[in-house]
Design a protein around this ligand. Structure first.
Ligand SMILES: *Cc1c(COP(=O)(O)O)cnc(C)c1O
Length: 379
């Protein structure tokens, strides 16, 4: 599927959707789980049997996302983790997964336990070190290389083109968790990646009221895609009609939201970098970021809502700052219109997260209010 419209147009118009029965410009929610056959036992529509796979509003969400990612096909799942699990379940016992180290903790935890149970060899590798990552791929010939860029919460950037080439040579599949950027900012398939994954719960929905996951693929003829489709059907990891409706409703404003969030996040990062109580700011939009040039090549229209910083002092000082914030709500997750703050060490104390690290998801509020909130918490 090649994108003919710019992303703003594609999302605003929900890929040109018009309800054929009513002329509505918004998709109807069809809650039925099952579809009748006529007196000759023929289906009224041959791709409508049972809602596990046959759901028009889910199909519409998938069409929008596949088009946005320049993908051949896309599947929507009930959560991001369900999408990751369906992907990982394609790997047979005895083979190897190479996963980026220090990424979203939920992924790390699940994949570790899964590989353990399945007798799959797991290599955890810092893929932002391109030379080391390419060498590890060449040496291990992994079935799946799984990376997250920008990574959560370290904001590390992985060179997708270099890793796609190495993975191709090794005969594997490069899968990219692109949640922190989203389809309005980064399109990994254009850079050679084979699979793009999103937690739709985050910026794609953008209103903190839907759980969803996405996989999109560069070539639907890959055996792995058939395996994933069968797995979603058989294991039943499907999203409901109401959630798919909300996901599409949220997606219509995705490019506009991302633009504002990125602008705000850049301003917050710049402000924090100049603050004498702040030790280090992790944001790929900053020229001081270790991979700023690479990020500029891989991301368009901004650098996303996610940023982390460390404060001077100790764990208590970080918790004090977090506790004094008013507008930034103390809650996990990211990519919603409201700004959130997290003390990640409290959640994952064994993964090397500094005690003084504060993670922000910057929303679409007025930037002056956000800076004022940070200013009073830090002083
Ligand atoms: C939240 C998140 C996930 C998991 O998504 P859920 O929808 O919560 O299952 C995966 N990857 C990243 C980077 C995330 O932020």
């Amino acid at each position: 599927m090649t994108r003919r419209q710019r992303l703003e147009t594609l999302f605003a118009q929900a890929a040109g959707y018009i309800d054929q029965q009513t002329g509505g410009v918004v998709p109807a929610i069809q809650p039925s789980t099952t579809f009748v056959r006529d007196e000759n036992y023929q289906l009224l529509r041959d791709n409508n049997i049972y809602a596990r796979d046959d759901n028009d509003i889910v199909r519409l969400a998938e069409k929008i996302l596949a088009t946005a990612e320049n993908a051949d096909d896309a599947l929507v799942f009930p959560t991001g983790m369900a999408a990751i699990a369906a992907l990982m379940r394609t790997v047979p016992a005895g083979e190897t997964i190479l996963m980026q180290s220090q990424i979203y903790w939920g992924t790390t935890k699940w994949v570790r336990e899964y590989c353990d149970r399945r007798d799959i060899k797991l290599i955890e590798q810092d893929t932002s070190d391109t030379a080391a990552a390419v060498a590890a791929i060449e040496q291990a010939s992994p079935t799946i290389v799984f990376v997250e860029t920008p990574s959560n919460p370290w904001l590390r950037i992985t060179d997708l083109q270099a890793l796609a080439e190495a993975t191709d040579r090794a005969g594997g599949v490069l899968a990219v968790d692109s949640t922190a950027a989203g389809p309005a900012i980064s399109n990994p398939i254009d850079l050679g990646a084979h699979i793009v994954m999103h937690s739709g719960t985050k910026s794609i929905n953008g209103h903190s009221d839907v759980l969803a996951g996405v996989l999109a693929i560069d070539d639907e003829n890959r055996a792995l895609w058939e395996h994933i489709k069968v797995d979603r059907h058989d294991a039943g990891a499907v999203i409901g009609s109401f959630e798919a409706y909300l996901l599409i409703r949220g997606m219509r404003t995705l490019p506009v939201r991302m633009e504002r969030m990125s602008e705000n996040a850049m301003a917050v990062a710049t402000y924090l970098q100049g603050h004498d109580q702040v030790d280090h700011v992790y944001y790929p939009g900053l020229e001081s970021h270790e991979a700023h040039e690479l990020a500029k090549k891989q991301m368009q229209n901004g650098f996303g809502p996610l940023l982390s910083f460390t404060v001077k002092g100790d764990k208590q000082r970080a918790l004090d700052v977090v506790g004094k914030l008013n507008l930034f709500k103390r809650a996990t997750s990211l990519g919603g219109v409201e700004s959130l703050v997290e003390h990640r060490f409290t959640i994952e104390s064994t993964t090397g997260i500094p005690e003084t690290l504060i993670r922000l998801s910057v929303g679409i509020e007025h930037i002056d209010d956000l800076i004022a909130d940070l200013d009073s918490a830090l002083s």
